[in-house]
Design a protein around this ligand. Structure first.
Ligand code: NAP
Length: 312
């Protein structure tokens, strides 16, 4: 048994998927759910996802050797403030937030010296949310990135969290928080911003003929609507937290888009062809790196939409 008691704060898609996996693998003796929502706690009890569930977050962490924070990144400061005096000496705190630098800054001031914090981010998800949306093999074959605090890279807590994610089916990578936020800015946050924009623009343009959008949405637009269906609170918090990296990659994206715009206007067919040839090769690289798994391999017919990057 890896831990005696694990508390997960925030039992949404990620928290409840972890809970299912923890139970399936027997990674702890006791699993506790802490969520501010009574409705979420009731669902957790009804689905038997945890041994206990409670809205009192401070009480929920009191006996935990491992506390996993799985709430939207904008809520970290508030959570830190509530749980800090309830944490057990020697406990490990980890999280699943999609942004790392800002959440470290938000949480660390509240954490006592006798606990360890190991920031983490599983690169797996769907556009669904809530405890009923989770499933135990969500992390299977996907990366989880750990971004240890200064000087902690080889600490026992980091090694333990590494083993924990491996037991959840993940492959583990370690990088600095700043590097993580930049990489995810381009691979996840920017694509979501583009999807939100495209769906928003199309809806504005065709307000009177929305049926047309739905009717012809079997093409690329359909994929964009799925990406743009992510939880609004979660995505608002991600964009506001990872502001610097997102604005930076957005600037570069705008420059490239302007180049393409120019090439189309001037009829530069060679340039367009080479550009698309290059991006098509990147798609092959993504498949080779197994970052897109066909739904049939995942083997969960409830989640045919599951591909890496469909969540965050
Ligand atoms: P979710 O399904 O919306 O679940 C979030 C849960 O946290 C909900 O139960 C929510 O309760 C609860 N919550 C919200 N504010 C809270 C607070 N102040 N205190 C306690 N509980 C609170 O979200 P999720 O998709 O699991 O995302 C959770 C975290 O995982 C986020 O930090 C996100 O960036 C990260 N992440 C998400 C994905 C993805 O694809 N979804 C992938 C990787 C990482 P209510 O329902 O009552 O609001």
């Amino acid at each position: 048994m890896m831990f005696h008691t694990i508390t997960i704060i925030g039992f949404g898609l990620i928290g409840s998927s972890l809970a299912r996996k923890i139970k399936a693998e027997g990674l702890c003796e006791k699993l506790i759910c802490g969520d501010v929502s009574q409705e979420v706690c009731d669902t957790v009890s009804r689905l038997n996802l945890a041994d206990e569930s409670m809205t009192d977050l401070k009480a929920s962490v009191q006996h935990a050797d491992l506390v996993i924070i799985a709430v939207p990144v904008g809520a970290y400061g508030k959570i830190g403030n509530i749980i800090s005096s309830g944490l057990k000496a020697g406990a490990i705190i980890t999280d699943v937030g999609s942004v790392k630098g800002p959440v470290i800054q938000a949480l660390c001031p509240f954490l006592p010296d006798d606990v360890s914090f190991v920031p983490a981010h599983p690169i797996a998800g769907t556009e669904k949310s809530g405890p009923e949306a989770g499933f135990s093999n969500l992390f299977e074959g996907h990366w989880t990135i750990l971004t240890p605090l200064e000087g902690e890279k080889k600490s026992e807590a980091v090694q333990k969290i590494s083993r924990f994610w491996e037991a959840c089916g993940s492959m583990v990578e370690i990088m600095s928080p700043k590097h993580h936020d930049r990489v995810l800015g381009i691979t996840s946050h920017l694509p979501h911003l583009i999807a939100y924009t495209i769906v928003g623009t199309a809806t504005d343009l065709e307000e009177d003929t929305q049926s047309e959008i739905i009717k012809y949405s079997a093409g690329g637009f359909r994929d964009f609507t799925r990406i743009a269906a992510g939880d609004p609170t979660m995505w608002r918090d991600i964009f506001l937290s990872n502001k610097e990296a997102i604005l930076d990659v957005l600037q570069r994206f705008n420059e490239d888009l302007t180049e393409l715009q120019k090439a189309i206007r001037k009829g530069e067919s060679e340039q367009l062809f080479h550009y698309f040839e290059k991006t098509s090769a990147i798609r092959k690289g993504v498949i080779k790196a197994k970052q897109e798994i066909p739904p049939v391999i995942i083997g969960d017919s409830r989640h045919p939409e599951l591909v890496s990057g469909s969540g965050e």
